[in-house]
Design a protein around this ligand. Structure first.
Ligand code: AMP
Ligand code: GLY
Length: 426
């Protein structure tokens, strides 16, 4: 089989590594891939958002299966275009990808079908948003841009003034472009966060092992929000009782709601959950695998990934095995100093081989130079994942390996998993 992975981050590297385990896969491609994926895949110099270019390439190469990992090509309808060209692909079609592509859509879906989420109001008029906020009691608010904004379209506001400023930034100063012309103003939820990725074919939904992301740039959850600085799995807050409740109140109702709307979701549905004192609530849906959640979830998957993916496309997910290891995994992200704001790239990376002896090193922002040396090329550079029977050991192993790696301006958090460990012991 010839398989193409669309995307080029740590998530795509983790997906490629797992798919490469399937003996039927004879050729693996990545568009555009990265420096680390080059050892597993043939790199195709097409951007993930070049949906016409990718479709043409797949037709020409008679690709057997395509895994569309990032949100943009899914929201642009790449899966639909491939399907029209007769090429099966993993991921939701454009109609279903809207669950991530529009926060207004997803909030309205949850309201209509009684799926627990933060209370909210939607605005496309600046003055109405301002009068709404002025009429609210003083408190904390969350202001979100409607469209995709690279995970940065969410502003957590400690009080009303901050919320008014956030609304101005999005609706008047267009800091997030068109995606901020409609905003959602939300109730501020409190509690531990859990990420749950689930495979679904629209008939059954099979959650994967739970995980915990660490979104802030600095230790103790300080600094700016990032795409994610590290993850652990499973998430100790996600007990079997919580899991059962999420299945009943959130996962199945979401799958059924999408069916009822004529937007059957096939692929990986990501539930960003807050375990509040009133029960689990949805913070956000993503229409794809999380990054860096995938880097801890897939190493624990015992079943064959490609078989599961094909079953979501074919509607036969009920018939395949989806089993996870009972151990734990931890992933520490090594980033370019300055990320998520300004940073420099092009620095050589050393210690990769040594780190690779005790952990899996997933590449994200890396590229190869003419001599085949690995250079930094992005904000999040590497994700170092270790698995072990316990969470504590997984964290120790991941840090042990991460410390072998060096490059100029390297930054990592030193407390990935510490909150989860405290949870295990309380
Ligand atoms: P999102 O891009 O929607 O994942 O939001 C980024 C982060 O903002 C989430 O991971 C949460 O930590 C936080 N967040 C989003 N919505 C809320 C909310 N209603 N209450 C509290 N925190 C939130
Ligand atoms: N780690 C969060 C995300 O992939 O959106």
């Amino acid at each position: 089989m010839k398989v193409l992975i669309v995307g080029g981050g740590g998530r795509e590297h983790a997906i490629a590594a797992k798919i490469a385990e399937n003996p039927d896969v004879t050729r693996l491609y990545a568009a555009p891939g990265n420096g680390g994926m080059a050892t597993l895949c043939e790199l195709v110099p097409l951007k993930a958002t070049d949906v016409t270019g990718i479709t043409a390439f797949c037709k020409e190469q008679k690709m057997d299966y395509v895994v569309v990992a990032p949100d943009d090509p899914l929201c642009l309808g790449l899966v639909d275009m491939l399907r029209e060209a007769g090429i099966p692909a993993f991921g939701p079609d454009k109609k279903a990808a809207i669950i991530e592509g529009s926060k207004v859509f997803s909030k309205n879906l949850m309201k209509k079908y009684g799926i627990p989420t933060a209370a909210y109001e939607t605005f496309d008029d600046y003055d109405r948003a301002v009068s709404y906020l002025n009429a609210q009691p003083e408190g904390r608010f969350v202001v979100k841009a409607d469209g995709l904004a690279l995970g940065k379209g969410v502003i957590l506001c400690a009080n009303r003034d901050e919320a008014l400023e956030a609304v101005g930034t999005m609706m008047k100063h267009h800091a997030f472009g068109a995606s901020g012309s409609r905003v959602v103003i939300e109730e501020f939820l409190e509690g531990p966060e859990v990420s749950v990725l689930a495979f679904t074919d629209g008939k059954v939904i099979r959650p994967m092992v739970s995980s915990m992301d660490h979104k802030r740039a600095l230790d103790n959850d300080e600094g700016l929000n990032t795409g994610g600085m590290g993850t652990i799995a499973p998430n100790p807050c996600y007990t079997p009782e919580v899991a059962e409740r999420c299945m009943r109140e959130i996962f199945l109702p979401t799958m059924n709601a999408m069916n009822a709307e004529g937007r059957t979701f096939r692929g990986c549905l990501y539930f960003g959950l807050m375990l509040t004192k009133d029960g689990p609530k949805v913070i956000e849906y993503n229409c794809r695998f999380g990054d860096p959640e995938t880097q801890v979830v897939l190493p624990l998957l015992k079943s064959d990934l490609l078989t599961i993916m094909q079953a979501t496309t074919n509607g036969t997910l009920a018939d395949v095995d989806v089993t996870f290891d009972t151990g734990s995994a931890a992933c520490v992200v090594l980033s370019s100093g300055g990320y998520p704001q300004k940073y420099q790239t092009g620095y050589p990376i050393s210690g990769l081989e040594e780190a690779g002896r005790t952990a899996r090193v997933f590449h994200a922002g890396t590229r190869l130079d003419e001599d085949g040396r690995v250079l930094t090329s992005g904000g999040r550079v590497l994700g170092v994942t270790a698995t072990a029977p316990t969470l504590r050991e997984a964290i120790e192993r991941a840090y042990g390996a991460a410390e072998k790696i060096s490059f100029t301006d390297l930054h990592m958090r030193h407390d990935i998993g510490q909150r989860a460990l405290r949870e295990v012991h309380t």
